[in-house]
Design a protein around this ligand. Structure first.
Ligand SMILES: [Zn+2]
Length: 275
């Protein structure tokens, strides 16, 4: 599983905490394998159980699923104390009865043996050192997740578009460059052109009937994953899109027959549609 895929799965997992039943199908899809799906579901249950127990003790209960999965990932899904055996339980460095909370600073994976036995202070200091490093990493991941789920202003461009494919050696036809939105991609295999449908001559083979949603307003080019906040809700609604990134912003091409539903879904996901 690639890092991008994993981040998307983590983000979904994060949202799932509030309405697990609704998103089970999405996790199943994103997880790809049954094994990974079961693993995520197991951690959701584990975390919910711990948070519940912690709240009943009036202690701090702030650990999110994203934080917990990142912690597990950081310790390679192994016990944070012995770092030898696969992890089996969530361990609180300061135990719950002693006032420890279920927080990112206080929770690590442990094997049964280390989780149960009285862990000595030296080991704890080591683990705390590891956690400090993890926290820095976590902050970066958190910021990225927030960006990923950022609210965006979107607008639907008025025209219809076509996606045309040519031999890579072909000259760019003049008609392709007309209109307000044109995207050209040349690879060794093809010359691919997205342009206004009206300008495409009738005898040209093209996939017609696309609408284009523009992400409004400039944002920093370095912001990766801005598309996930659009792609994830659409994927959940089984609407496929063709994404085009430019230096300044992103565009989503959606088939005409799906565009109204797509806008509805994006609106429900918290984005603002400028109509
Ligand atoms: Zn251990």
């Amino acid at each position: 599983m690639g890092p991008k895929h994993q981040r998307a799965l983590f983000c979904i997992a994060e949202r799932v905490m509030t309405s697990k039943r609704k998103h089970v199908q999405t996790i199943r899809q994103l997880a790809g394998t049954e094994e990974y799906y079961l693993l995520i579901i197991r951690e959701i249950d584990r975390l919910e159980g711990q948070l519940c127990k912690t709240r009943s003790l009036q202690a701090q209960a702030t650990l999110t699923l994203l934080e917990w999965l990142t912690t597990l990932h950081y310790f390679n899904w192994h016990c944070a104390y012995c770092q030898e055996r696969p992890f089996q339980v969530m361990s609180h460095i300061i135990p719950l009865p002693q006032g420890g909370g279920t927080t990112v600073e206080n929770c690590v994976p442990a094997c049964y043996r280390c989780g149960r036995s009285g862990r000595n202070k030296k080991t704890n200091m080591l683990v705390i050192g590891n956690l400090m490093q993890l926290k820095t990493k976590m902050q970066a991941i958190k910021e990225q997740a927030q960006l990923t789920m950022k609210q965006l202003n979107l607008s639907l461009l008025p025209d219809k578009y076509a996606v045309c494919q040519f031999h890579p050696d072909k000259h760019i036809p003049y008609w392709a460059l007309l209109g307000d939105f044109v995207s050209l991609t040349r690879t060794p295999e093809e010359l691919s052109i997205v342009c206004q449908e009206d300008n495409v001559p009738g005898d040209i083979e093209a996939e017609r009937g696309w609408r284009c949603v523009q992400v409004r307003g400039a944002f920093d080019f370095s912001i990766a994953g801005i598309n996930a906040s659009l792609a994830i809700p659409l994927a959940e609604a089984y609407i496929s899109v063709l994404a085009i990134a430019t230096y300044a912003t992103d565009y989503l091409l959606v088939k005409e027959e799906n565009v109204e539903r797509a806008l509805q879904v994006l609106e429900q996901a918290g984005h603002i549609i400028e109509r």
